[in-house]
Design a binder for this molecule. Structure first.
Ligand code: NOJ
Length: 554
């Protein structure tokens, strides 16, 4: 028995899969996905190799921000089902070896939430101080508008309240005031409630905004990070395996603060910087931006982890690139204005951005699974779903899951023309891209990704190990190694469409060490000085594994 048991820190090498109950599987033909439908798909997800499901918000909501505007933190949207359906689903997922985490969206509420309705009605409401009010928008207040297409200010005047309130997102999403200890207690209560129903943690929405306080609040919450420490401590006491997977889109050095000096804040954070650098590297067919980003990424504290991803449910944000770099990515992957959003991102899925090129798409997912960290997939990535640009805004990438070639995509028996978010047409339609057509085809993207999830799980070096890039003269080659205990994985990716001959060296291999192919069958032998050459096709990729001492780690 080791003090740090690898299965206790289950998130270190989990395979996380994000889905929205609303768009995954509709069991009753009303055009809306539901928990019963999702439960019927649990075996599919387990077979894919997923070990943790992340559910996007399914709480009661007016739906202005696709459920991220919550009107009851302790409820379930009746269209998604009942608490009975929810618990059955969690139980089924756990039975098949999958944990479940859900979105914890507590930076703000919907303006329809009874707390806000009470708060705006009177200055003496017990909920007044649950929100952030001002007689005039303060000049030294928060800056930066998240939804510049719809909002012109972070402050909205409320006629009833006769004050302005702060809203980081849409005006119908007033920010909660975390400087108020009652709000912090309520947040803990919400997290405690859902974890008591069998969940294994939360994807925490908009963390930097959540802990942001106004200047006048300094006495109430002198160190906003204390709030994160408190939530982590509370959850760990209630439920030792619970994780907080935080959305913190900040430069890496600032992200490090959100893990906590002692690793006692967020358990995991998405690597937005690495993701953006990856797209720049893909656009340039030059590995340097990615090498720099991952190389400079601070290592996560021992009980913490980076979450890596290729796409998520939002626009593909490129906000941390320079304007010129962003334009390069736009030109390569989203040149038309309707593909772009908020001047900072692309409302597209990966396969259409890469022109549907199977080798290119596979190389990107091989990269995702071999980068140090925990990979997070967005539903439909495993079959190469595309977006529907006819659907407004970010919803373009949130169309229903494509299960079969039928008009309703196997998602619903409702008339597909009545769906709020119709399927993509043509090349990316359910007819051409669906689970049924790929699942039993060994050459499909689905089979490829299913293979990656298995190989990733068999190589703890990737989730647990230390990262180092391997120097290579060929600009398009991203070569790195991850070392853990006595084992190493070396992964080599050619970001160019042209074949390359990659000259590499492993300084710790001076005894004609064999490198065993993880994704294929070709063993490579290093020369006595540790050097070796890999011939890679355009967008070729290899994972090689060895154990010090020479045997195949298998
Ligand atoms: C981040 C979520 O990913 C996004 O979809 C949402 O609009 C905002 N937070 C507000 O909750």
């Amino acid at each position: 028995m080791r003090i740090t048991d690898t299965s206790d820190l289950w998130w270190k090498n989990a395979v996380i899969y994000c889905l929205d109950v609303e768009t995954f599987a509709d069991s009753d033909g009303d055009g809306h996905g539901d928990f019963q439908g999702l439960s019927q798909r649990v075996d599919y997800l387990a077979d894919l190799g997923v070990t943790c499901l992340w559910l996007m918000p399914f709480y009661p909501s007016p739906g202005v921000d696709d459920g991220y505007d919550i009107s009851d933190f302790y409820g379930i949207d009746p269209k998604a089902g009942t608490f009975g359906d929810f618990v059955e689903f969690v139980r089924t997922a756990r039975d098949r070896g999958m944990r479940v985490i859900v979105d914890l969206v507590v930076n703000h509420t919907s303006d329809q939430h009874p707390w806000f309705q009470s708060a705006r009605a009177s200055k003496t409401s017990p909920y007044r101080d649950w929100y952030v009010w001002a007689d005039e928008p303060p000049a030294d207040g928060p800056q930066g508008i998240t939804f510049p297409d719809k909002e012109v200010s972070l402050w909205e005047y409320d006629d009833k309240a006769r004050q302005f309130y702060l809203h980081r997102f849409y005006k119908s999403q007033p920010d909660l005031n975390v400087a108020n200890p009652k709000v912090r207690d309520e947040i803990a209560k919400i997290a405690g409630f859902w974890s008591a129903l069998g969940l294994s943690g939360f994807r925490v929405d908009a963390v930097p905004f959540l802990i942001e306080t106004m200047t006048g609040d300094a006495d109430a919450l002198p160190d906003p990070h204390q709030h994160l420490r408190d939530v982590r401590g509370f959850l760990s006491r209630r439920h030792g395996e619970a994780v907080l997977l935080g959305e913190v889109n900040l430069p890496h050095e600032q992200q490090r603060e959100f893990f906590g000096d002692d690793g006692d804040e967020l358990t995991m954070q998405f690597d937005f910087i690495g993701m953006q650098a990856m797209y720049l590297s893909l656009a340039r067919q030059d590995a340097s931006p990615l090498i720099r980003a991952i190389g400079e990424r601070p290592s996560s504290p021992p009980d913490s982890q980076w979450g890596t991803f290729v796409r998520n449910h939002d626009e593909l944000t490129l906000d941390k690139l320079t304007i010129a770099e962003r334009q390069e990515v736009f030109a390569a992957f989203g040149p038309k204005p309707e593909m772009q959003l908020y001047d900072r991102g692309l409302r597209r899925r990966l396969p259409p951005m890469l022109g549907g090129d199977p080798a290119w798409i596979r190389m990107v997912y091989s990269l995702l699974f071999s980068l140090p960290g925990t990979p997070v997939l967005f539903y439909g990535e495993e079959i190469g779903m595309g977006e529907n640009l006819d659907v407004p805004g970010r919803l373009a990438v949130r169309t229903p899951m494509q299960w079969t070639a039928e008009p309703g995509g196997g998602f619903t028996t409702a008339d597909p023309s009545t769906l709020d978010r119709p399927f993509p047409k043509g090349r990316w339609s359910p007819k051409n891209v669906n689970v049924a057509g790929q699942r039993r085809d060994p050459e499909s993207l689905h089979s490829f990704i299913r293979g990656l999830t298995r190989r990733y799980r068999e190589c703890p070096e990737l989730g647990w190990g230390t990262f180092a890039s391997l120097p290579c003269e060929t600009a398009s080659v991203f070569a790195h190694r991850c070392d853990w205990e006595d084992r190493s994985v070396v992964a080599v990716h050619n970001l160019s469409s042209e074949p390359v001959s990659a000259q590499l060296r492993l300084d710790d291999c001076t005894k004609r060490q064999h490198l065993y192919d993880v994704l294929g069958t070709e063993t490579t032998t290093v020369a006595a000085d540790g050097s070796f050459t890999l011939e890679l096709e355009g967008y070729g990729h290899r994972w090689l594994r060895y154990r010090s001492g020479g045997t195949d780690p298998v």
